[in-house]
Design a protein around this ligand. Sequence first.
Ligand SMILES: *Cc1c(COP(=O)(O)O)cnc(C)c1O
Ligand SMILES: [Zn+2]
Length: 410
Amino acid sequence: MSTIKGLKCRECGRHYPAEAIYVCEYCFGSLEVDYDYERIRATLTRRLVESRPQNIWRYRELLPIDGEPTVGFHTGFTPFYRARRLGAAFGVKELYIKDDSACHPTLSFKDRVVSVALSRAKELKFDTVSCASTGNLANAVSALGAKAGLKRVIFIPADLEMGKVIGSLIYAPKLVAVEGNYDEVNRLCAEIGARYKWAFVNINIRPYYAEGSKTYGFEIAEQLGWKAPQHIVVPAASGSLLVKIWKSFKEFHRMGLIDEPPTRLYAAQAEGCSPIATAVHQGSDIIKPVKPKTIAKSLAIGNPADGYYAADAIRETEGWASAVGDQEIIEAMKLLAQTEGIFTETAGGVTVAAAKRLIEEKKIPRDESIVICITGNGLKTQEAVAGHIGRPIKIKPTLDSFEENMKEKS
Ligand SMILES: *Cc1c(COP(=O)(O)O)cnc(C)c1O
Ligand SMILES: [Zn+2]
């Protein structure tokens, strides 16, 4: 049973068939999946969702495939919980964490988008999948593509963290390290994509890929007891996750699964790459591209594809944005680890630091429900914190040595 009608231009509304295309021929707007919402509303219920296995496909009517899913049966339904100790540190009443640092199989929310993209790529009969990545996407395409039996050609900036490089190589894709930043890698991939018949998950099949991010929002609403939170802080690179979380709440409402979402959206970016936050702060419609310089490499997109839509969603919901410095990012990674026991990557540090600032600036009130989006795992970006967390206490294998050294250090 297919619930997709085709693709639709986000700007002029023109319709297109559900193929591997992503821009409108008339206005150059980006294309989006068009669903048969009437039909979905008639079948999709809370009970039906709850009766299904705990993975992203429990929301399959609202995901862009024609037949049965083929990739990602263990992806999604990650932990969501009340963060009491971090909440106390922030001085807020009701704080929650959605934790995709534990997402299967590559420990970031990119496993969601890639599971959807590869399921669709197989339906569209591609045998090779590709991507331009800031790191986590490379890991997810490498791993899930291996399991799906697909050929993989992966493009990354040459200066990525070791954990992200090894976390791709182990799955033996063709890994191409480009001497340039993400925006240059992405531009190159658009050229390569015009010549080779590959499924570039975040380029020519981006309309399907991006829909996978909705599952992060669907899960939050379901795990919160079928309602949307009042405030949600989202890390932004291309801005797609933020836009799709908002779409997920609106779709759940439209399908009659939750009340009207009261949610305000907040973008979290690094100071060294904050085109979306800058536009929000200036009240501007225009996203001015920047040259990234930050330790948060997974968020280092200087020319964000969905920047305009992200800023628009933030305006629509009367949210805000924050851009935080490298030192704040490291401190926030430590704070999350030491209060909630979660080792997140630099992107998670950005989100926690941004949330802290937004609360201190009174942009987010202390007595309402707040969700923080943790999207990646700290084991992948160890070099960011290596010099900032002390060292083990070295001793001789004797009781004397132990007690001597404990005295000194305590
Ligand atoms: C890619 C990524 C994001 C942001 O994704 P966009 O949808 O491009 O804004 C956030 N966190 C992590 C860890 C990522 O890898
Ligand atoms: Zn158009």
